[in-house]
Design a protein around this ligand. Structure first.
Ligand SMILES: [Zn+2]
Length: 93
C-alpha cells in the first residue's frame, strides 16, 4: 500500500554515533564515500559525523579522493538509503 498520510514511528533501535575514533557524540552528518579501488562506482559507504568531526572526517576522505557527498542525517533518512542496498537505477528524466 502506498497510501499517503501514514506516519511511522521513528526507529530508535539504531544508534547513530559519530564514526570518528573514540567519539561518542551523535552523528548529525552522513559522509558518503566510495573507494574506487575496492568499491564499484555506484557503491556508497556511509560514515556518520558529529558537528565537531564533520570537517576532519570529510577532509580525511577528501584527501584520498573518496568523498562523494556530505548530507545532513535528516536528509539521508528521507531517502532511506542503506549501505549495501541495491537500488534499481534507471535513467531519470
Ligand atoms: Zn565526533
Amino acid at each position: 500500500m502506498l497510501g499517503p498520510g501514514s506516519p511511522q514511528p521513528p526507529q530508535a533501535a539504531q544508534q547513530a554515533v559519530c564514526s570518528a575514533r573514540g567519539c561518542r557524540a551523535d552523528g548529525v552528518f552522513a559522509l558518503r564515500w566510495n573507494n574506487p579501488a575496492v568499491h564499484t562506482p555506484e557503491r556508497r559507504k556511509t560514515w556518520l559525523a558529529c558537528d565537531d568531526h564533520r570537517t576532519s572526517l570529510s577532509e580525511f576522505l577528501s584527501m584520498r579522493g573518496f568523498l562523494r557527498d556530505v548530507v545532513p542525517l535528516t536528509d539521508l533518512r528521507e531517502h532511506a538509503g542503506e549501505d549495501g542496498q541495491r537500488d534499481a537505477e534507471g535513467d531519470a528524466g
